[in-house]
Design a protein around this ligand. Structure first.
Ligand code: CAO
Length: 416
């Protein structure tokens, strides 16, 4: 099966999570992704949180599948020369070094554009160019704080809270992938490459846009009716943390199910979608609520929404989260069990769809990873193992015209 990105050659100068998540996605879809790593050590995640001595850590293997690995010291003249050759024949270079690192290496945007005017140079940084924090190095949680996610996540009586979802890292990588694909389409029209830059702060903020909506509503009317603070609590002049409240027009909450006393994940998320009120009342055995003026409209329900949630919890007390969802789905009520990583890893539907995949690896044996969440009718992205450090160095150098003796010499001086 031909993959749409076959023939696109990408220099993957990324590390940790934000950049690798982007290039992994492009590799799944057929791009030839060559990961450039420092000889001897490679991407720092190869060693981080190892669970098997001497084998690449899962942090690395789960973000670098379908790629090749080329070791190259790009601070040595010989390494720079190899990188220049690669740049001349590649379509995209992706990097997420700290601010200024690529320039210090001698590969500024201007230089890269001079070497290959058709090449797309894609970067992730913590903050956008010209931002007053643009000199900062940034990791996931820093970005969640800088992008507005932390101040709006968690409970009102607790501190700002970090999400487990990689809003700063993988999310930024996905934004960058969209930027790269757009620039590739643009190049088809103009014949020119361009610089594509995505900041982690901007990418987090992009996912928090409904909170910016709420800030403006709060400033206009002084309250936010879908937040638990309404109508009994106080609002300040900034969007508060709303706990587990539904973010749109649908009130919702995480509700206890049978076994919650001992199982920290015996919960479901229950959404009271306005037009589902009648089926909800029927499902709960509360038909009298359907036309009761105190319950009939969303506005009438909001002042005592927690009393309603309490009634639903009483109904849930003798049902597991799975039993509850099986009943509620028949009434077309938007809800889901709170699923653990263990449950997701073993979910037969996720295995069948290729969302959870088991990948054989030369050193680790097989490991689980998350496959492509994007499904196509004409292509099934296949996930192959992440490369060992320098696994493809000889192959890539040979393709650039280096002989066995050249490669031996380059190894002697630790340029590769
Ligand atoms: N050969 C020679 N040198 C190399 C090399 C190679 N193959 N690959 C990297 N280097 C060098 C860089 O040139 C840089 O050197 P100088 O600082 O001396 O110019 C050095 O390695 C370190 O690069 P760095 O600043 O990117 O690395 P760090 O560990 O200090 O910082 C991070 C890591 C992630 C904080 C930083 O890269 C960053 O802020 N990146 C942008 C934002 C981002 O993507 N963050 C998400 C990370 S995922 O959580």
């Amino acid at each position: 099966m031909t993959k749409p990105l076959e023939g696109i050659k990408i220099i993957d100068f990324t590390h940790v999570q934000a950049g690798p998540a982007c290039t992994q996605l492009l590799a799944w879809f057929g791009a030839d992704v060559i990961k450039v790593e420092r000889p001897g050590s490679g991407d720092v995640t190869r060693n981080q949180l190892r669970d098997i001595p001497d084998a690449d850590a899962l942090y690395f293997t789960m973000l670098n599948s379908n790629k090749k690995s080329l070791t190259l010291d790009t601070k040595k003249p010989e390494g720079k020369e190899i990188l220049e050759k690669l740049v001349r024949e590649s379509d995209v270079l992706v990097e997420n070094f700290g601010p200024g690192a690529l320039d210090r290496m001698g590969f500024s945007w201007e230089r890269l554009n001079e070497l290959n005017p058709k090449m797309i140079v894609a970067s992730v940084k913590g903050f956008s160019d010209g931002h007053h924090y643009d000199d900062l190095k940034v990791y996931e949680n820093v970005a969640q704080c800088a992008g507005g996610a932390a101040s709006t996540t968690g409970f009102w009586d607790g501190p700002p809270t970090i999400s487990a979802a990689a809003l700063g890292d993988s999310n930024t990588g996905m934004h960058l992938a969209i930027g790269i694909l757009t620039a590739l389409l643009g190049r088809n029209k103009t014949g020119k490459g361009q610089k594509v830059a995505v900041s982690m702060q901007d990418s987090v903020l992009n996912l928090c846009r409904v909170k910016l909506r709420d800030q403006q509503r709060l400033e206009r009317v002084g309250y936010l009716e879908e937040y638990p603070q309404y109508p009994h609590g106080e609002f300040s002049d900034v969007v508060p943390r709303g706990g587990n409240a539904g973010g749109g027009g649908q009130p919702g909450w995480v509700l206890k199910c049978k076994g919650w006393e001992t199982d920290p994940n015996a919960y479901i998320y229950f959404t009271i979608q306005g037009h589902a009120w009648e089926p909800i009342c029927k499902a709960l055995g509360k038909p009298e609520w359907i036309d009761d003026p105190a319950y009939k409209t969303a506005e009438a329900r909001q002042p005592h929404i927690f009393e309603i949630f309490g009634t639903i919890e009483a109904w849930l007390a003798d049902k597991t989260k799975f039993e509850a969802v099986d009943i509620l789905r028949k009434f077309d009520i938007p809800c889901a069990p709170v699923l653990t990583m263990k449950e997701l890893a073993n979910d037969p539907s996720l295995r069948a769809s290729g969302t959870i995949v088991e990948v054989p690896h030369k050193k680790r044996g097989s490991y689980l990873t998350v496959g492509s969440p994007i499904k196509f009718s004409d292509m099934k992205p296949e996930v192959t193992a992440s490369p060992l450090l320098g696994e493809h160095t000889d192959e890539v150098l040979a393709s650039l015209g280096y002989s066995r003796q050249d490669i031996f010499n380059l190894r002697e001086i630790k340029a590769v």
